[in-house]
Write a new protein. Structure first.
Length: 486
């Protein structure tokens, strides 16, 4: 535990949904749900308006529709979220060299390591300055927690939501935590929470009073020891700037089980290409290709193949994933497919050109082995035809709800929905008034998919920030309306 609240935790408020509301003026102040929209879709993020109706993350979209039938249901736009996340992380990087991202919208920052805070006053000023900078640059709000440990900083940011700042003063940790539910502590999920409740422990105070020995008896030695320390507010974990990824992977869950083998193979190859795109975006390569298949009965199979050296070659990964698929029985149907690469490295080996050639040679041999006689007596490849997708499915894939489009006559807009050969578009921009709605044929030549627009057209110049922030006890800044506990 630190003697000053110089660990900052930032958590953007309802990040995906808030970004969609900022991008779409007609949705501001309304219930917005972002996630999978098919029969098996799951909510990724719900706006605070939707949360008041009972919708929350990880809820099946079908259940969310029953609770909030009039909400806007949108497919995620990860390109926009990554762009905004990069802007936020760049601001955090100016505060300290020790920034530990947890996700696109969440990170710890060691303010002491950056010299931007060494006491409560300077920490508060830095936190408020950060919130102001984020809103000016991205148009979004984030909640900030400040404390002497990572655990308490994260709890503080959760308590500050939405759009707030909470600073936990040193030596007040136990008093703050005592009345809180045991579920506030990291690692205490529904199952552990129920187990503790049955033992008569519902608050953090109950855990501290029970003692370490009793907690060890209830939940085991490793977890019990850590749980007792957390109940006392003790957490010595440092902020770690580099969190090495152990793998890169992508996966898709299908609305309808896939039965056609050729279609399954095509989806695996598509996922392999997406996986390599992520691998290259991270400037990494990998040695082991992993295939994940979840079948109709929810049984999940994984297969892996280790290459001669690290690769970021899409041909190598695609062909390896295809070979792995050959060892999996997909007869009953497939509901989920995933392709990943593990054994990450920062380089590729020269002999990967040979690997690609080997992969092409194996594919050629496989083709030759499966050639069938043609009616004229010669030989030709006779691949099975994939099952044709319905027009509705093709339209939904080309025009996902919430995604950006551009019409040569009407300008920039976003898809409200598509069906029966039509796509409905609302034409508006992040900085415009709510726009009008028009409907087009799904094959209208004047309509095309587009890239997301920035959420703020004329962002304030924060190139010199945070040079003006106080860095010592002698330069306390204004509180900016944040809270301190207790």
């Amino acid at each position: 535990m630190r003697p000053a609240p110089t660990i900052l935790h930032l958590d953007m408020d309802a990040f995906y949904a808030s970004a969609e509301q900022a991008a779409k003026p007609s949705l501001r102040g309304k219930a917005v749900v972002v996630g999978g929209l098919g029969p098996r879709g799951v909510v990724a993020t719900a706006s605070y308006e939707a949360r008041r109706l009972g919708v929350h993350s990880a809820m099946p979209t079908a259940q969310a529709r029953r609770l909030a039938p009039n909400a806007a249901y949108l497919v995620p736009r990860f390109s926009l979220y990554r762009t905004v996340s990069d802007q936020v992380m760049e601001l955090l990087g100016r505060l300290s060299p020790l920034v530990e991202p947890l996700s696109l919208d969440e990170a710890f920052v060691d303010l002491e390591a950056g010299g931007t805070a060494d006491d409560s006053a300077s920490a508060r000023a830095t936190g408020e300055g950060l919130r102001t900078a984020i809103r000016a640059v991205t148009g979004l709000s984030g909640s900030v927690g400040l404390a002497g440990s990572k655990m308490l900083a994260k709890i503080a940011s959760e308590e500050a939501k939405p759009d707030g700042l909470l600073l936990i003063e040193p030596r007040t940790e136990r008093e703050l935590l005592a009345p809180m539910s045991v579920r506030i502590l990291p690692g205490v999920g529904p199952a552990t929470g129920d187990h503790l409740r049955r033992a008569g422990m519902t608050t953090v105070h109950d855990l501290a009073e029970a003692g370490e020995a009793e907690l060890v008896r209830l939940v085991g030695k490793a977890h019990g020891h850590g749980l007792y320390r957390m109940a006392l507010g003790l957490d010595d974990r440092p902020v770690v700037a580099e969190r090495d990824a152990k793998s890169v992977s992508v996966e898709d869950t299908f609305d309808v089980d896939l039965h056609d083998r050729v279609r399954v193979r095509a989806e695996v190859e598509r996922l392999a290409v997406r996986c390599v795109e992520r691998l290259r975006a991270a400037d990494r390569s990998g040695r082991t290709v992993v295939l994940k298949v979840r079948r109709y009965d929810f049984s999940t199979l994984t297969r892996s193949e280790t290459l001669r050296g690290p690769t970021d070659d899409p041909t190598v990964v695609r062909e390896a994933a295809g070979r792995l698929l050959e060892s999996v029985d997909t007869t009953g149907g497939v509901r989920l497919l995933g392709v990943g690469v593990t054994g990450l490295a920062d380089y590729t080996q020269e002999d990967l050109f040979a690997q690609a050639a080997d992969a092409r040679e194996l594919a050629q041999r496989a083709q030759e082995e499966h050639r069938a006689p043609s009616p004229g007596g010669g030989e030709e490849n006779v691949p099975a035809e994939p099952e044709p997708d319905s027009a509705e499915l093709l339209a939904a894939r080309r025009w996902p709800a919430g995604h950006d489009v551009h019409h040569e006559k009407h300008g920039h807009g976003w898809v409200q929905g598509s069906g029966v050969g039509r796509v409905t578009v609302r034409f508006e921009e992040p900085w415009s008034a709510p726009g009008r709605v028009l409907t087009f044929r799904v094959d209208d030549p004047l309509l095309r998919p587009a890239d997301p627009l920035p959420l703020v057209r004329d962002a304030a110049d924060y190139s010199s920030w945070p040079a003006s922030l106080p860095k010592s006890r002698s330069g306390a800044g204004p509180s900016g309306g944040g809270e301190s506990r207790p």
